[in-house]
Write a protein that binds this ligand. Structure first.
Ligand code: AMP
Ligand code: MN
Ligand code: MN
Length: 321
């Protein structure tokens, strides 16, 4: 896909991504916005996203331009881009997307069947940022666009560690580095650095974790009272599920935090012996084979009891993803 072929005659372009936006979501939305503003100087480009971490606010170029209220004087956008998710995860931006003249969906989630009039969904891509890069004319790229894309790729590959990292990922990352931003500082600040609150809540989650299925699965939960005590928000929970799955002998981790009474945001991670996207689908969620998520309306114990047999079945079947 060449994005300019799709939107060259548009005067108003809206962009959004999934609720509780992560580095790939914010990075892809803002890289695309900066690029379109440059390529189409007469067009109006608006980005709508929920709130995100301070590290992303600081490191994503143009983050201050993002609208966090989903209000606009544009009746319907000539084109609206849904990035890093299917339309069901757009949250309050869904209405703007549905009303748009042309709906464009760019995503890498295997559970996305395509939400737009035009779909560029490639499950083998490491990240939406990797896909966005392939839609751009390199001659119009600059250091800010490059850094935003790099942030998304780093976020979704665990700094080029996860199995979604491919030759294309590394080649694109190499080209992005040549734009000359401080990639070492970006990785530290966006991926490794945690606030004191994040460290404390991670510590709690590790301390209270429980292993089951002969130590091959691990689960932990943070309730609303604990979140309130630490003044933690949903973006403070990022990374805990991945940290749990790094436990020796563990193939699958389940991390959940309470959004409302009896409603949990569930994150699932796997080292390859379990396809966690299938587990997330059971609850109407989705994602990738080794990283997926969903929202569950059930008690903590019911969620574990429901998921455990499916995990066990996959472990016994010798799945490899
Ligand atoms: P999380 O556990 O929220 O960090 O998400 C892990 C992966 O699954 C990310 O790639 C998410 O974008 C994806 N994901 C999380 N929740 C959902 C959902 N409800 N539907 C589809 N994909 C999801
Ligand atoms: Mn994402
Ligand atoms: Mn992504």
């Amino acid at each position: 896909m060449n994005i300019l072929d799709e939107v060259k005659n548009c005067r108003t372009i809206g962009i959004s991504g999934h609720i509780r936006p992560d580095g790939d979501c914010v990075g892809s939305c803002m890289a695309m916005a900066l690029y379109l503003e440059k390529a189409l100087p007469k067009a109006r480009v608006d980005v709508f996203l929920g709130t995100f971490s301070e590290a992303l606010q600081k490191n994503i170029a143009g983050a201050e331009k993002i609208h966090h209220e989903y209000m606009t004087d544009v009746e319907h956008y000539d084109a609206f881009l849904c990035l890093d998710c299917e339309k069901e995860r757009l949250g309050d931006a869904l209405d703007l997307f549905m009303k748009a003249g042309k709906k464009i969906n760019i995503d890498h989630h295997r559970t996305n069947s395509g939400s737009g009039d035009v779909n560029y969904v490639v499950p083998t891509a490491s990240s939406t940022c990797e896909l966005v890069y392939t839609t751009l004319d390199e001659r119009l790229m600059d250091v800010n666009i490059a850094r935003n894309l790099y942030i998304g790729m780093v976020t979704d590959t665990g700094v080029f560690m996860y199995s979604n990292t491919g030759r294309q990922t590394m080649e694109i990352a190499g080209k992005l580095m040549e734009f000359g931003f401080d990639f070492s500082a970006v990785v530290r600040e966006v991926f490794y650095e945690k606030t004191y609150v994040q460290q404390q809540i991670l510590g709690r989650a590790l301390l209270e974790s429980i292993r089951f299925l002969d130590g091959r699965c691990i689960v932990s939960m943070v309730d609303r009272r604990t979140m309130h005590f630490y003044q933690a928000t949903s973006s403070d929970m990022d990374g805990i599920a991945s940290e749990l799955v790094h436990t020796e002998g563990v193939c699958c981790s389940i991390f959940m935090y309470e959004i409302e009474p009896m409603t949990y945001k569930v994150s699932l991670r796997s080292t390859g012996e379990v396809d966690v996207s299938k587990l997330a689908l059971l609850y109407g969620g989705g994602g990738h084979a080794r990283a997926a998520g969903c929202t569950c309306n059930a008690s903590y114990h019911d969620i574990i009891n429901n998921l455990a047999p499916y995990i066990e079945e996959q472990l016994n079947a010798g799945v490899h993803v």
